[in-house]
Design a protein around this ligand. Structure first.
Ligand code: ATP
Length: 420
């Protein structure tokens, strides 16, 4: 039966809807067929917000991008990758930037397992067939004559209804093992189950051991992107559990310890968008530093990301030696750390003793938020020479304020004067 979701598209932001109509018209003028694809369709049908517009063009995205940019003065070409047959355009609507990704319909040919595929321009069917799961392989026409018509070649609509994650073909995980991480991500995120045959294929792929220590063999940043999505999910417990129970963790390193009772029961709250770094740290915590380093390097982590994890480990090791007894001592150890590093220290298992945990919570909730009213400039006005000493005095006054949170600006000035 033919499905049409024009009514759902009409409910997205007005500007976005008008853009889809406009792009559809230009597409028709150019004699090209264009379709919305990917996560936006899936989420629209599930009534979730998702305004990431991905359009595939049968078969020339470059031609469509050029025609749109020519027609609309408020649209610019932000990028074009002729090799991948993709383009990014950005509309500027009253100061609001709306990016749109365009890609020619393509097929992917995998020369061997886990390799980067060769990409060849093709038709819509092959473009949808290269996708990961049936629920992500739906397309919706944006041409004026059939705007909103759903192209459902692989029964994605039924799987959406039945809440199933299902691959499109038997070799899917072999072609691209990062899809295994995506499978558990979508299952956790959407509350779906992995369909039986797909589960079998996933199990077989893991048990074949061909993807053990995968990040040593393929571009690790592809795995990193998927790990980041997975460990940033709000339901982190399910995500970590699925990561270990499925055996997918072996892609990072077969040395990881699948005992996950400790790392699962943690909640980082929503005070960080880099939750994934904390969980990655907790997962690699038992490995020796060389092995930790190797995983981070193979995942192609940035210097900043590595620093966050390493800072957490170093502060934890320093604190292990000591028995901190008050907020000031904790403050001194943690004051230069990011919130993520601080949470790594707090969540590492040896710090589960009560006094320390209370001190950590107090540090995160209260102490780290205490700020001085006086500034370095105030001290300079008071006669302190610019330089290191300014920071030292501010730090001492801040420690006093941590002990006595009632201090106001006058008290801070008085204490600073005593130190000058
Ligand atoms: P989300 O918005 O939650 O990230 P998404 O489905 O938009 O979900 P993306 O990673 O942005 O996820 O991918 C966009 C689309 O590209 C997917 O819906 C899927 O069709 C396709 N895709 C992405 N990664 C793969 C992959 N590894 N193998 C096959 N298809 C993929």
């Amino acid at each position: 039966m033919k499905s049409n979701i024009k009514d759902k598209l009409q409910k997205i932001d007005k500007e976005y809807y008008s853009l889809l109509i406009d792009i559809g018209k230009v597409s028709k003028d150019q004699g090209l067929k264009s379709y919305l694809v990917g996560g936006m369709i899936r989420d629209l049908l599930l009534n979730f917000d998702n305004l990431d517009i991905d359009i595939v063009v049968e078969d020339n995205a470059k031609q469509l991008a050029d025609a749109i940019v020519k027609k609309f003065s408020n649209c610019e070409l932000a990028a074009r990758h002729d090799r991948f047959h993709t383009a990014k355009i950005i509309f500027n609507i009253d100061g609001k930037k709306i990016p749109i990704d365009l890609a020619s319909t393509r097929e992917e040919i995998y020369e061997h397992s886990a390799a980067l595929p060769t990409v060849k321009v093709s038709d819509l069917k092959k473009d949808l067939y290269r996708r990961d799961f049936t629920i992500n392989a739906l397309a919706v026409s944006i041409l004026p004559e059939d705007f909103g018509d759903v192209v459902d070649l692989f029964n994605g609509l039924i799987d959406l209804k039945e809440k199933k994650i299902k691959v499109l073909h038997e070799l899917s995980f072999i072609d691209d093992p990062t899809r295994m991480i995506r499978a558990i991500r979508f299952a956790c995120k959407l509350g779906f189950t992995i369909e039986e045959n797909t589960q079998r294929l996933l199990k077989e792929a893991v048990e074949s051991k061909q993807f053990d220590n995968l990040i040593e063999k393929i571009r690790g940043d592809r795995v990193k992107i998927e790990i980041r999505y997975l460990f940033n999910l709000p339901d982190i417990e399910s995500a970590v559990k699925a990561f270990f129970d499925s055996g997918i963790y072996r892609m990072l390193s077969t040395d990881l310890n699948p005992r996950r009772d400790v790392v699962c029961n943690v909640s980082t709250g929503d005070n960080t968008s880099r939750q994934w770094l904390i969980h990655l740290a907790l997962i690699i915590k038992d490995l020796n530093p060389e092995k930790q380093e190797k995983i981070l390097k193979n995942l192609q982590m940035t210097g900043e990301e590595i620093k966050i994890i390493k800072d957490g480990f170093s502060a934890f090791n320093r604190l292990k030696e000591k028995e901190p007894v008050d907020s000031i001592e904790i403050y001194r150890e943690l004051k230069n750390l990011s919130i993520e590093s601080t949470l790594i220290v707090k969540l590492l298992p040896n710090t589960q003793d009560l006094i320390r945990n209370t001190l950590f919570d107090e540090y995160i909730e209260k102490t780290s938020k205490i700020k001085l009213e006086i500034t370095g400039q105030d001290l300079i006005t008071m006669g302190v020479k610019e330089g290191k000493r300014v920071g030292e005095i501010l730090d001492k006054v801040l420690e006093m304020k941590i002990k006595n949170t009632q201090m106001n600006k006058n008290d801070e000035v008085a204490e600073a004067k005593k130190l000058i």
